[in-house]
Design a protein around this ligand. Structure first.
Ligand SMILES: Cc1ncc(C[n+]2csc(CCOP(=O)(O)OP(=O)(O)O)c2C)c(N)n1
Length: 558
């Protein structure tokens, strides 16, 4: 290996000598990932302050001198202002790199100044490992958030154990945090950002040939009626398999989604809680593998229910993901996020419907998933269990003039996603946090101001938790409840290994023998029960088609 540089530095009484080998980077993968992203985010100038903990950062920047101009300054307060001056002169970001301890605090006056003037000043601090903070170790103070509220802080993940273990999901996490930090330099017209990097000893190990492959995240902010930039539309159109994934949407059916789907412009994969037609295709992913090489995935909406969908999209190695949302959060649900479009999702969908051509492979893949879903639905669900009952319910709902379907969380939601598709009615669920505490109350609130028929599907723990929802004189007969009483948290039976625990029945699944009959009596709701398929048919007839002036409930004992 060729020696291409050396320098020495006094640390206490010792003088340390550094010898740099040609093109060798530090052995901290998370730091290398951060450095690999700098130029993609236009960081091309760096002021470096001396120190030991930050030596791996200084070393990497030194190696990157063909792309990044380096300036050494000892006093951190002055160094940060010098970087600020570079921001002003160039209208571009500039980096200041400091060691751990009070060095970081000396950058604060410049950071405060940068905040007031919207200057993209990037402070990069080296830190000790989190477990050594506050343990009377040298040059150590709480650095996470030390520059707040003047700069947003981003902490790169620390190595767990030996630093070579920073691989796989930890490295992906580091890339995401680094991208988020660097994108943040331009937020709200620009501002200071603090990136804190915990580095554990040994620090002086520089054997990495190349920086890791990283994807720079681009954020496009356009508030007009065409939020997606033309070049991104071209990329989506050129993809062999453009995919549209729709998570939770409270908007109800959106015409543009229908146009994209029917026109086979994109493979539309809508979750049941997106309220868009076609969620059976997502359910089919339990049985079939998506054929989607070279996919560009457009991702809109909130939380997802379906695990196979998430898993399959996460495993598409060559995919590119474009997330469209109005807020400034960055959600890399499928681990391939390359673009965030900050704009109105419905306007973006209209743009996609208007601008994309029909795609033959999309047509074929859509037909394959529809066939797989039909085969799935034709399977016999003869057992008296949660899924068997849900399959019957989906048939029974077909001729019910539903205004809205409300879903409790847990097994009920998962089984509903397997069996039920929306047909123009709204679908609602407290999926933002997956809590079981307010599903019935939220449905009751909706029904109180809705003229149409509202059906709630709910598990027993969720129902009993929130049975006070029925303690309401104003509730009318448009609220119908299907209660899946499996005597506890049925979902936990699906959690691998849980059932083997002696604590399972009583403490994990919360087994009980409660029934809703007395509650219905107390609150003036009509009560029906089913213990067999025959009673189930009669119960559906009563509760879904009967005429009531107060809520009606069918309790199904499973
Ligand atoms: C407020 C709150 N507490 C605890 C949980 C954890 N949790 C998730 S699912 C579940 C069981 C729900 O049981 P049930 O409503 O009977 O539905 P099932 O699984 O039987 O369909 C629990 C306790 C939660 N999601 N929210």
């Amino acid at each position: 290996m060729e020696i291409c540089g050396e320098y020495s530095q006094k640390v206490g009484k010792c003088e340390l000598f550094f010898v740099f080998l040609q093109s060798m980077y530090s052995d901290f993968p998370q730091l290398n990932a951060f450095c690999a992203l700098l130029t993609a985010h236009d960081v091309r100038r760096a002021v470096v302050c001396p120190g030991s903990r930050n030596a791996p950062i200084a070393h990497n920047l030194w190696q990157m001198q063909s792309d990044v101009d380096l300036f050494p300054i000892t006093d951190e307060r002055s160094a940060a202002f010098a970087a600020l001056g570079m921001c002003v002169q160039s209208s571009r970001p500039a980096l200041v790199c400091v060691t751990s301890g009070s060095a970081l605090l000396n950058t604060l006056p410049a950071v405060a100044e940068a905040r007031e003037r919207h200057l993209p000043l990037l402070v990069v601090s080296a830190d000790r490992e989190p477990e050594l903070i506050g343990q009377l170790d040298g040059q150590t103070l709480p650095q996470q958030g030390a520059l707040e509220p003047y700069a947003h802080t981003f902490n790169l993940p620390a190595a767990s154990g030996h630093r070579s273990q920073v691989t796989g999901h930890n490295l992906r996490y580091a890339i995401r945090v680094a991208n988020e930090a660097l994108v943040d330099l331009q937020r709200d017209g620009g501002g200071p950002v603090h990136v804190n990097i915990p580095l554990e000893s040994p620090l002086y190990s520089f054997r990495t040939d190349i920086l890791p492959p990283v994807y720079p995240l681009k954020v496009h902010s356009r508030k007009n009626s065409s939020p997606i930039p033309a070049e991104l539309i071209d990329e989506i159109a050129a993809s062999p398999m453009p995919i549209l994934v729709l998570g939770q949407l409270d908007a109800g059916p959106i015409d543009a989604v229908r146009a994209i789907d029917v026109g086979t412009k994109m493979l539309v994969l809508p979750e049941l809680i997106s309220g868009q037609h076609g969620s059976g295709r997502v359910a089919a992913l339990e049985d079939v593998r998506l054929e989607a090489e070279g996919a560009v995935i457009v991702h809109i909406g909130g939380n997802l229910i379906d695990k196979p969908l998430k898993t399959q999209l996460r495993q598409l190695g060559d995919a590119k993901v474009v997330r469209i949302q109005e807020d400034s959060r960055i959600s890399d649900t499928f681990f391939h996020l390359t673009d965030v479009v900050r704009g109105n999702p419905v306007a973006a969908l209209e743009q996609l419907a208007a601008d994309l051509p029909a795609n033959e492979r999309v047509r074929e893949e859509r037909a394959r998933l529809v066939r797989a879903n039909m085969a799935h639905r034709e399977a016999d669900f003869d057992d008296w269990d949660d899924l068997g009952v849900m399959a019957r319910l989906s048939e029974a709902l077909a001729d019910v003039p539903l205004s809205a379907l409300h879903l409790g969380n847990s097994l009920v939601l998962r089984n509903a996603a397997k069996c039920i598709e929306t047909d123009g009615f709204r679908v609602s669920c407290n999926r933002g946090t997956n809590g079981i505490e307010g599903s019935l109350s939220a449905a009751a609130g909706y029904a109180l101001i809705d003229d149409g028929l509202n059906v709630v599907l709910i598990g027993d723990l969720s129902f009993f938790y929130d049975s006070n929802a029925l303690w309401n004189e104003r509730l009318g007969g448009n609220l119908r409840i299907i209660l899946f009483n499996n005597s506890g948290g049925g979902i936990f039976r699906n959690v691998k290994g849980a059932i083997e625990s002696p604590a399972f029945g009583e403490y994990i699944a919360a087994h009980h023998d409660a029934t809703a009959e007395g509650i219905c009596l107390a609150y003036g709701a009509h009560y029906f029960a089913a213990r067999t398929f025959e009673e189930l048919g009669e119960g559906f007839e009563e509760v879904l088609h009967g005429d009531f002036d107060r809520p009606a409930l069918l309790e199904i004992f499973l």
